[in-house]
Design a protein around this ligand. Structure first.
Ligand SMILES: O=P(O)(O)OC[C@H]1O[C@](O)(CO)[C@@H](O)[C@@H]1O
Length: 606
């Protein structure tokens, strides 16, 4: 461990200092020291056919009831007096990739714990799960927190292997909980960490260890989503930062008119970041892993799809463009997935790298040889696609099928840049609220639960605070569908893929050809912390029924102005020209695509 975790640091920049002063908002039920705990229905699982397997794997924690936290009844909603509330001892660990807002979970937990009883103690585990196993702690105090409030990163405590899985790890975690006499352990992370949290909770109950285990949904990937969890902490910020970068390259592309930018975004198992960024910044193309997997597209079919787009744009005289790709795309292409599996099996069996090509199956060896040499060394999705698209465009040129200018590409991976960003107000509030809920879960004696908030699309005072059993979010993977399907592995919380029947995807499909050809790039800009724009809604379409792009007020303003210059029932082009004359062209599509347009039939373009 070389970092000096938890050391109070000087906040170097004025913005950082100002952000440290931001006080996250709380819904009414969390504004006092205690809450009213209401128990709902007993739960099964989101995977009905897996319920039996989940119940078997989690005999002591399966089927627990849903819980809602409400404002206490009675005078001023005060609840029990402080001296009736025993001090609580809690540990908190970061498990999972750093995600903007993580620090505020710790801060919210600390504030709720001290309000509950000032004698309560919060320990942070230094160095993530390794610190948990080795009982390396830092007591979290106001002083320690001062320079981490509303700041990015996980550097208050750090993170490491992000696992509490093997029996050795589980028993080391239990020993630490016992040695510190913890009432609760809060695990901050995504799907994998929360699956581990469920297993730890079950084991601790079985071993009569009093520590309650609580999970908090924090993941930049946004793939921990189900009927209980609307989104994860960090996703809003990461999409906003990436959308800004993407819109910058869109404007760069259109300015010079000579490059195609291939931009890879994080998201190995699901394309949520890529989809949201596409809806925010309107690049020309997005190739999603879920679509490719569903249609079982081969690598060359994906390449041809991109080349057809390049060709169609060239016919309009456009030789630039922006293409988004999620990290997981390559593994969604069946033959690439199988090749990667073969390579990784050989690698795991200690076959030297130089011998791997000779030991591949014949078809895998053929595909491997087809890949350009620099890709064989390390499969890098955007480079691979750009290279193969270029080769195909050269081929089409030779065959006389493509008559445009030479295809040129520039590749980017936007991942780490966004992960360490200052969190948006939404992520600051959401994480702080989840920290509070975690304390109330422990005080209520809940174990094997996740802290959740519903109604995130509404202002904070309307948020509904709850807890849902981790087992209720589990499913069991199978080899085949239908009767006789064989379960693979243990039940777990799995990443949820893009819903290809959902609203966000439907919107993307509707806009696909316009995105491809019209260059209505949208500039969402940098995250706004104060003043106009700071109340822009969280990443919109990931949360059901959210207003598209969140800028409805702006839209109304534009439409009012538009009415003064165009006649009712005008053509799409006239409307576009009118809007473009007032605002940047990048906003036009936002305005024209907003559902409000449909509510104003007189101005609905033809
Ligand atoms: O390089 P690191 O720190 O392992 O993290 C990168 C990975 O983390 C993730 O965000 C997983 O949560 C992936 O999308 C990404 O590939």
């Amino acid at each position: 461990m070389n970092a000096d975790y938890g050391a109070p640091t000087e906040l170097a920049g004025p913005l950082q200092q100002r952000r440290a002063l931001y006080q996250p908002r709380l819904p009414p039920c969390l504004q006092g020291a205690t809450v009213r705990v209401e128990y709902g229905d007993a739960t099964a699982t989101i995977d009905p056919t897996g319920a039996h397997a989940v119940a078997q794997a989690f005999p002591r924690t399966y089927g627990q009831r849903l819980v809602t936290f409400l404002t206490p009844d009675g005078a001023a909603g005060a609840g029990k007096a402080v001296d009736e509330r025993p001090p609580i001892r809690v540990g908190v660990v970061f498990s999972g990739r750093q995600s903007p807002g993580g620090h505020n979970v710790v801060w919210g937990l600390h504030d709720a714990l001290k309000a509950y009883n000032p004698q309560s103690i919060l320990y942070g585990f230094i160095g993530g799960t390794e610190g948990l196993f080795a009982n390396k702690t830092l007591e979290i105090t106001d002083d320690v927190l001062a320079s981490y409030k509303n700041q990015g990163g996980f550097d208050l405590l750090g993170r490491s292997i992000d696992q509490i899985r093997s029996s050795k790890q589980v028993s080391a975690a239990m020993t630490t909980c016992q040695d510190l006499n913890l009432d609760g352990l809060v695990i901050v992370g995504g799907v994998t960490s929360n699956s581990d949290a469920a297993q730890l909770a079950e084991t601790l109950v079985q071993k009569n260890c009093k520590t309650k285990v609580v999970g908090v949904p924090v993941s930049l990937n946004g793939d921990l989503k189900n009927q209980f969890v609307e989104t994860t902490v960090g996703f809003d910020t990461v999409c906003k930062v990436n959308s800004q970068l993407i819109s910058n390259v869109c404007l760069d592309a259109i300015s010079a008119g000579k490059y195609y930018y291939f931009v890879r975004l994080m998201g190995r198992k699901a394309s949520h970041v890529a989809l949201e960024c596409a809806l925010q910044s309107h690049p020309n193309m997005l190739i999603m892993g879920e679509e490719v997997a569903l249609s079982k597209l081969t690598l060359m079919e994906v390449i041809n799809k991109i080349c057809d787009g390049v060709q169609a744009r060239a016919e309009l005289g456009k030789h630039h463009g922006v293409l988004l790709i999620p990290e997981g795309l390559i593994e969604s292409i069946p033959e690439m997935y199988a090749l990667i599996q073969e390579i990784s099996n050989l690698h795991n069996n200690n076959v030297p790298v130089t011998e791997i090509p000779t030991q591949l199956s014949p078809w895998a060896a053929a595909l491997f040889q087809f890949l350009p040499p620099f890709i064989r060394r390390e499969i890098d999705t955007e480079q691979l696609l750009a290279h193969l698209v270029e080769a195909e465009m050269i081929k089409r040129t030779k065959e006389g099928r493509y008559k445009g200018k030479k295809f040129s590409s520039v590749c980017h991976f936007f991942g780490y840049q966004a992960r360490g960003s200052l969190p948006s107000n939404f992520d600051c509030d959401y994480a702080y609220v989840l920290g509070h809920i975690s304390l109330h879960m422990i005080a209520a004696g809940l174990t094997g639960y996740m802290a959740t908030v519903a109604n995130l699309k509404d202002p904070v005072h309307k948020w509904r605070c709850a807890a849902a059993p981790l087992t209720a979010m589990m499913s069991v993977r199978r080899h085949l569908r239908g009767p006789g399907a064989i379960p693979i592995g243990k039940p777990a919380i799995h990443p949820s893929p893009i819903d290809l029947k959902g609203k966000a995807y439907e919107l993307l499909r509707e806009k696909a050809s316009s995105f491809l050809l019209d260059d209505f790039y949208r500039t969402p800009g940098g995250i706004q912390f104060e003043g106009p724009g700071s109340d822009a809604k969280p990443i919109t379409l990931t949360i059901e029924d959210q207003d598209y792009m969140g800028d409805i007020e702006m839209l109304k303003l534009y439409l009012d102005k538009v009415k003064t210059i165009v006649k009712p029932g005008c053509s799409r082009d006239t409307l576009k020209a009118a809007i473009s004359s007032m605002i940047s062209v990048t906003h036009v599509l936002t305005v024209m695509s907003h559902p409000l347009n449909a509510e104003l039939p007189l101005y609905h373009f033809n």
